[in-house]
Ligand binder design. Structure first.
Ligand code: FEO
Ligand code: CA
Ligand code: CA
Length: 683
């Protein structure tokens, strides 16, 4: 197998005037408000950085991309940021969401009614919407709606001592408490005169969208027979969003939340399933592929014991109503969120949206499971600047593609986007339509099976995708894949996990990598791309020169890490990388310490560690104020590690973050970071 050149950066063959540069000339507000025809639209670049705009115009040289002194590896129970920076904690789990909401109880003894009015658990993807904005990114840098995913709960700290999912004290109220702590919170925040970000407690925007909130099903699969349940015989109104991992946002001012590990919540009353517990063999294979076997609901949840829609022997179609991307209008608290079935159903990590030169919307998406796939969606119609009612329908119809990664005759990475339509030829010489009853709704509900049939490339757990602000270039974190090359089946009776290939170059991959690709044509529906490995994570503190586990050239003992996950570009093109990996700081992970956030220069490959998190956490979610003076990130599952019994007996044994001396247990929370001199974060 030919490995591609890890550090070579090919020249972009089709550079056109990018959105960032158009913004520089025209002003972002005018651009997005309708100052341009759709045909001239470049990639959506986010906010316009003044320094970059000047540099692009040739008025002064560009400043070095990474301007901060890196922080060392840390095993301490605290957040560390570079010299000259400061940070503060906001929106902790359990903080009141609105006026009159109950205060957090240190013993976690509050029930569902209180949790519904408090900030949820295990914060993940997140976006700051300026309060006066219309396009998702421009407007106020001192007031906005911070919209945050809450992925799951860690029962060790989320319930009071003695309450364990499925245990003696397990009741419907505890199930509801867990359901209300997952989903998405919308919080109206404002910078006060003392420079502190505060919740606007009486804001009408503050709300939780959780696992029991009504949500409309939209797009080709809406109303499908496989989405109908006793509670919703029309198959068009689902209940709840949960397992909300990464996110996206749109230039029509809405938020996208991505349903990832949704099958963990489905079971059959606390016992393992037998073949006769499934409606049919295809259902069984599908469920087993998601769950990895016949096991029932995850012991951390056990919702099926008290809420029968999570028991698939009672409501077999309920699980088809989850695993989608959900669109939320944070500025309309009355509007029902929308599950966008045109974007496919799988373990969605995030949704990286951009505009192609032809004005059509492109959404890149990863399916985070071992040896699953990378996708892109292309809208049927083009974006119209300023036409919000038109733009709000763009994600309802379009074509979903899946990626295949190959190597060309010259040794460089070449790839193809394969459309998942009824007329697409399968690898076996048939048509996709024949596999899905000539029914696009069924194909979308079973997206993975369609991708299998057209020969997509199984990847090392695709996590976040981020799109470069200036180029038609996107990056994906492939976090790790211990199963690659193991010979084990991907699901019971399924094909084996493949061995290493060019884009996934290590068997038993424990460190992960970042792959990037460039679209080669002007159209969103372009099918060819080139690609390379931007960064192969590794550990030069453990593995010597020549060992591929050492990682890319730019990985050093001072910036080593494992398991890249969260990913985001700031408007100046810094690539922010967040980790969700092993924090043992020993063996293969020696010298890597707690999970962290790093920043890379995509042009030079330079990589610096910007932040280290407290013990047992992952670092995830990233968003900026328009002036880039503040960056918000999330600390998820601080204190992870002890068994449930140990954690409930001694809830401070692993972490006291963020409350320190006042702590009763660790609490997931948002961290806001700023440069003390008021400059752009990272510069
Ligand atoms: Fe929720 Fe793939 O991380
Ligand atoms: Ca993640
Ligand atoms: Ca992860």
């Amino acid at each position: 197998m030919k490995a591609c050149d890890l550090d070579d950066i090919p020249v972009n063959p089709s550079r056109q005037e990018s959105l960032a540069h158009l913004q520089a000339r025209l002003g972002r507000r005018r651009f997005l408000a309708g100052g341009l025809g759709a045909g001239a639209v470049g990639f959506l670049g986010g906010m316009l950085p003044v320094a970059r705009a000047l540099a692009a115009a040739g008025d002064e040289p560009a400043a070095p991309m990474l301007g901060f002194k890196p922080v060392p590896m840390s095993a301490a129970d605290t957040v560390v940021v570079p010299e000259g920076y400061a940070h503060a904690v906001i929106n902790r789990w359990g903080d009141p969401l609105r006026v009159g909401a109950p205060a957090f109880k240190g013993d976690a003894g509050e029930g569902a009614a209180a949790q519904e009015q408090q900030i949820g658990y295990n914060h993940d993807g997140m976006h700051f919407f300026p309060i006066d904005g219309k396009d998702g990114v421009s407007g106020s840098s001192t007031e906005g709606l911070l919209v945050t995913n809450h992925e799951y709960v860690t029962p060790h700290y989320f319930f009071p001592a003695g309450v364990q999912p499925g245990g003696q004290a397990w009741t419907l109220d505890w199930v509801r408490k867990a359901q209300y702590a997952q989903g998405v919170s919308v919080t109206h925040i404002r910078l006060d005169a003392q420079g502190r970000w505060r919740l606007v407690e009486d804001s009408p925007y503050n709300r939780n969208i959780h696992a029991d909130t009504p949500i409309d099903l939209i797009g080709p699969a809406a109303g499908h027979a496989l989405l109908r349940t006793r509670a919703d015989p029309g198959g068009r109104r689902a209940r709840g969003t949960f397992g909300n991992c990464g996110n996206g946002w749109t230039p029509w001012n809405t938020y996208l939340t991505c349903e990832e590990n949704f099958t963990d919540y489905f079971g059959i009353g606390g016992r393992d399933a037998k073949a006769t517990d499934y409606p049919d063999a295809a259902y069984r294979e599908h469920m087993q592929r998601y769950k990895g076997g016949d096991k029932t609901s995850d012991p951390d949840y056990a919702w099926d014991l008290h809420d029968e829609r999570f028991d698939w022997t009672r409501e077999p179609n309920e699980y088809n109503r989850h695993g989608w991307i959900v669109e939320i209008d944070p500025f309309d608290p009355q509007a029902a969120p929308r599950k966008l079935t045109a974007l496919g159903r799988f373990k969605h990590e995030n949704a990286a949206l951009s505009l192609a030169p032809d004005g059509h919307v492109v959404v890149y998406m990863g399916d985070d499971q071992q040896s699953e796939y990378l996708y892109k969606f292309v809208s049927e119609q083009a974006f119209r600047p300023g036409d919000s009612s038109h733009n709000r329908q763009l994600l309802e119809r379009g074509v979903l593609y899946v990626a295949r990664f190959d190597v060309g005759a010259d040794g460089r990475g070449v790839g193809r986007w394969i459309p998942l339509t009824l007329d697409t030829a399968t690898s076996g010489g048939g048509r996709l339509g024949a596999l899905f009853n000539e029914d696009m709704g069924e194909l979308l509900i079973r997206t993975r099976q369609a991708a299998d049939a057209v020969g997509a490339t199984p990847m090392d757990r695709p996590e976040w995708v981020a799109v470069h602000p200036d180029r038609r270039e996107a990056y994906v974190t492939l976090t790790n894949n211990s199963a690659r090359g193991s010979g084990k089946p991907r699901w019971p009776g399924g094909p084996a996990h493949p061995g290493a290939d060019a884009a996934n170059p290590r068997d038993k991959n424990i460190y992960g990598q970042i792959v990037r690709w460039r679209e080669t044509g002007e159209k969103a529906s372009n099918r060819e791309f080139t690609w390379d490995i931007f960064l192969l994570a590794g550990n030069p503190g453990v593995y010597g020169q020549g060992d591929p586990r050492r990682g890319s050239r730019h990985i050093t003992p001072d910036n080593t890490f494992n398991s890249p996950d969260g990913l985001g570009f700031d408007p100046q093109g810094r690539l922010w990388i967040q980790t969700d990996g092993k924090y043992s700081n020993s063996g293969d992970y020696a010298g890597q310490g707690n999970n962290q956030m790093l920043v890379a220069d995509p042009a030079s490959g330079e990589l610096r560690r910007f932040l280290t998190g407290p013990r047992g956490c992952e670092v995830t979610g990233i968003t900026w104020t328009p002036d880039q003076r503040f960056v918000f990130i999330n600390i998820q599952h601080p204190g992870e590690g002890p068994t449930l019994a140990e954690a409930q007996a001694r809830p401070l044994s692993a972490s006291r973050w963020p409350d320190g001396d006042q702590a009763t247990r660790p609490r997931p929370a948002t961290v806001v970071i700023w440069k003390r001199d008021g400059g752009v974060v990272g510069s």
